[in-house]
Design a protein around this ligand. Structure first.
Ligand code: ATR
Length: 290
């Protein structure tokens, strides 16, 4: 018989559908190797109709996993089917990190933490504008924008101006995250830039065959940072515009790398570090495998 205790303490997954484009196995594989940990982390495709069963096997220990990451389209289901949720996940209604503890599935969401850690790492002092009472602008109001809006509110921005093509989705963000969030239509984009200290793109604008809207980043305050959570390509059309206008920009790859840290620490017991070698490894992987 297999020693189930051993397998339970060392194997983790990333699940989604499809999952083969996930970079997470490269990230965790690098940490396992460089930190000398005898564990595994692998991509495990689960079709939506089989996700409940996947969670059942995880809970009762039959899957052989100690936990793992969850991505599209399972983040909401992972939240729903888990037994204990962090406050962060509770407010988002979505989970990206699961772990087994005392026979229960625990769930959290590390996207917001990854978003903040990337900016802390790449643009130290970026949040001084929050302390100075400036607003942040978030373009987009989809699933990915939620964690960003929550994180910015928690970091102390007094106002988070959410601009979205479908206004009602921006308004939903206000209902979910409170009065510091304001909702604006696309036509208001230039106006909301005024005196803001941070600009975040969470949409695919400029990458879907349509040109990116012209944005006047000159309206932002001195020292403002422009970032994107999309990381393919690394310099998105919106970041390219901001760069041309002399703004400090941060690409979104670091968010992917940093959101992986808390999960790894939970499953394998040691906190990994995001370094330049890892970043290069993931960039090379994207160039090789698309
Ligand atoms: P994700 O989970 O990756 O955020 P999503 O929930 O589909 O994906 O959200 C995509 C976001 O990009 C939305 O804010 C979407 O605007 P709508 O809510 O109006 O759909 C935005 N988006 C995508 N393509 C866009 C386009 N061509 N013009 C403007 N906004 C766009």
């Amino acid at each position: 018989m297999r020693d189930s205790r051993e397998t339970l303490t060392t194997n983790a997954f990333v699940t989604g559908y499809p999952i083969k484009h996930s970079r997470s196995p490269v990230i965790h594989g690098y940490w396992l190797k460089t930190m000398g940990i005898a564990g595994s982390y692998r991509a495990h495709a689960v079709e939506p109709e089989n996700f409940a069963e996947f969670m059942r096997l995880l809970r009762n220990g039959e899957s052989g996993y100690i936990g793992g990451n969850v991505t599209i389209p399972h983040k909401e289901s992972a939240y729903r089917f888990s037994d204990c949720k962090t406050e962060i996940a509770e407010e988002l209604g979505a989970a990206n990190t699961l772990w087994l503890e005392d026979g229960k599935i625990h769930a959290t969401n590390t996207d917001g933490e990854g978003f903040l850690a990337n900016l802390d790492d790449q643009a130290a002092g970026w949040d001084n504008t929050a302390r100075a009472g400036k607003a942040a602008v978030v373009l987009g109001a989809g699933g990915a924008a939620r964690a960003v809006i929550q994180a910015l509110r928690n970091r102390g921005f007094s106002e988070i101006r959410v601009v979205n093509r479908t206004l009602v989705r921006a308004e939903e963000m206000r209902h979910r995250f409170g009065e510091r969030v304001t909702a604006h239509p696309m036509e208001a984009l230039q106006e909301v830039m005024r005196d803001a200290g941070l600009f975040v793109n969470t949409t695919s604008l400029g990458m879907d065959g349509e040109p990116a809207p012209a944005i006047d980043f000159g309206r932002l305050v001195h020292g403002a940072v422009v970032t994107d959570i999309v990381y393919v390509p690394l310099i998105t059309p919106i970041l390219a515009q901001a760069q041309t206008q002399g703004r400090r920009v941060v690409d979104g790859l670091g968010m992917l790398l940093h959101q992986a840290v808390p999960g790894f620490e939970k499953w394998f017991g040691k906190r990994p570090v995001v370094d330049a070698t890892l970043r290069k490894l993931v960039i090379d992987d994207m160039e090789t495998h698309g």
